[in-house]
Design a protein around this ligand. Structure first.
Ligand code: SF4
Length: 346
């Protein structure tokens, strides 16, 4: 069994779940017991930090009681997130838990990293002092291949295995934890007791989320009028601003569009800078390539039929303007023209 300090840092581990089970605690005791008040407070803090910083953050764990409360706060935070029932927050929370684990993992001994990789079903072999070889399918499943370094062409593959550093396998573990946690959260159910214990917090978070959404929908960025964006790119932009993982093709569609409507590289980079693992150098490389600053051509933004093929057209959000056009750029132009017409003559 791992020491309690380790379980408090990685409360999603199977051993942490077993630890809670061994205490023979019921959900009702966790939710209502005076002894667990601290755990409930920390659970709210976890969700709050996830929303505001993209990381559930550390607390002081000076005593075993602190560590126990930290472990208990994890299932409670999941309950709270499920009860708030907001897809944006759910995704943000899963990412914040995974990111918290990653920040600790990169400082751990290699044996521990291997252990966590195994628990997350990441298949490896030939662990050396500084490198480890990962089965290519696991690599492809979890690597952020939108970044140059992570593209398969920039990795050496030997008999289906790619050799990477322990820091890089920790990044793959982050994505594995996030994906698994998100699936679990999407299947969790809330109940009357959870809703009533966290009732004030649920209301508070929902208000914050609504305000945040309104702000995101109306915030003017550079020369861009977000209100006039087509639903496909509005969704992509919102996901990027929220720090969610957006596939490369989504970023490509957005960057090429923004470039055409006149945003400069600095303004585009600003849009990407809220992502938790944002790295300016890599993002700049991509943006400069797409916009033609460091490549032979500026790439054209894809039309509606390509957007549909890429799975980027949210069919449930298609509106009347979408029906009149076959390109997101035309959509944007039509919306501008409509505004001009609607303006009363001066
Ligand atoms: S129809 Fe075209 S403009 Fe409208 S959401 Fe789909 S891809 Fe975007």
């Amino acid at each position: 069994m791992q020491p309690i300090q380790v379980l408090a840092t990685y409360p999603f581990l199977n051993e942490a779940k077993k630890y809670i089970k061994d205490q023979q605690l019921t959900i009702s005791e966790l939710l209502t017991g005076k002894l667990y008040e601290r755990a409930r407070t920390v659970s709210v803090e976890r969700v709050n930090n996830a929303l505001t910083t993209g990381n559930v953050q550390d607390r002081q764990l000076a005593t075993d009681t602190d560590r126990m409360m930290e472990i208990y706060s994890y299932p409670l935070a999941r309950m709270l997130t499920t009860a708030i029932n907001d897809p944006y927050l759910t995704r943000r929370y899963a990412l914040a838990e995974a990111y918290h684990a990653y920040k600790h993992l990169i400082t751990e001994p290699t044996n521990f990293i291997k252990q966590i990789a195994t628990e997350q079903n990441i298949y490896y072999k030939k662990p050396q002092e500084n490198t480890i070889s990962i089965f290519y399918k696991d690599y492809l499943r979890y690597a952020p291949t939108q970044y140059k370094k992570w593209k398969m062409v920039n990795r050496d593959m030997d008999h289906g295995y790619i050799t990477i550093s322990y820091k890089d396998i920790s990044r793959l573990i982050l994505e594995a934890i996030r994906t698994k946690m998100l699936t679990e959260l999407e299947h969790l159910q809330t109940n009357d007791l959870i809703n009533s214990i966290f009732s004030a917090e649920i209301t508070r978070f929902r208000i914050i989320l609504n305000q945040k959404r309104k702000k995101m929908e109306t915030a003017p960025i550079g020369k861009l009028d977000i209100e006039k964006l087509p639903p496909c790119l509005k969704d992509t932009l919102t996901a990027i601003q929220a720090g969610e993982n957006v596939p490369h093709i989504g970023r490509f569609a957005l960057v090429s569009f923004l470039n055409t409507v006149g945003m400069n590289i600095t303004e585009i980079l600003k849009l990407f800078s809220t992502a938790p693992d944002y790295q300016e150098e890599r993002t700049r490389y991509q943006v400069e390539h797409i916009t033609g600053t460091t490549s032979a051509t500026a790439y054209k933004s894809p039309g509606c039929s390509k957007m549909r093929t890429y799975g980027l057209c949210p069919t449930d959000k298609i509106d009347d303007t979408c029906r009149k056009t076959n390109h997101p750029l035309s959509y944007y132009n039509i919306r501008w023209k409509q505004q001009k017409k609607e303006k009363p003559p001066t």
